[in-house]
Design a protein around this ligand. Structure first.
Ligand code: RBF
Length: 154
């Protein structure tokens, strides 16, 4: 399984939004906790983290758009766990979620991170959220890296 590595990042001047879906709550709670830990490790102050919970992955883009409209965040992280079921719902939700998140990022010109697991089954989701591959942590680190990169080029 692929994982990312990160250099030391100084996020002490950053304000970061987090939108986390509640669906599959034990997994999304773990991703949220790992994400907050990653931000704290980079020096992002707790008072500079804005967290919003939404029902499911489908609702992530609209909440991210509303946060982006406030224009005081350097990055927004979207977290969710979408697990394949017996029908095609996961495709529709995943497509809407990924496209919606990218639209928010391009519209607001801030990084909006896609920390959404789209897995075949619960075991895959558990490995990526609770297990060794902490994708919530990775999303947090990626947000700090992107926020700093955007400041450097703007
Ligand atoms: N939301 C998730 O975040 N992960 C899921 O695995 C998930 N599965 C769903 C399965 C079905 C059949 C439906 C109807 C919704 C599911 N949702 C899931 C919730 C969805 O993201 C959204 O919150 C609701 O559809 C309300 O708009």
């Amino acid at each position: 399984m692929q994982a990312n590595t990160f250099a030391h990042l100084d996020g002490s001047i950053l304000r970061i939004g987090i939108v986390a879906a509640r669906f599959n709550q034990n997994l999304t709670d773990a991703m949220l906790a790992d994400c907050v830990n990653a931000l704290a490790l980079c020096g992002v102050k707790e008072s500079n983290m804005v967290t919003v919970r939404v029902p499911g992955a489908f609702e992530l883009p609209v909440a991210a758009a509303t946060l982006a409209d406030q224009r005081d965040l350097d990055a927004i992280i979207c977290l969710g766990v979408l697990i394949k079921g017996e029908t095609k719902h996961d495709h529709y939700i995943a497509d809407a979620c990924a496209n919606g998140i990218m639209n928010v990022a391009l519209g607001a010109e801030i990084p909006v991170l896609f920390g959404v697991l789209t897995t075949e089954n619960l075991t895959q989701a558990e490995v990526r959220s609770l297990g060794t591959h902490k994708k919530g942590w990775e999303a947090g680190m990626s947000a700090v890296e992107m926020a700093l990169a955007m400041k450097a080029i703007s």
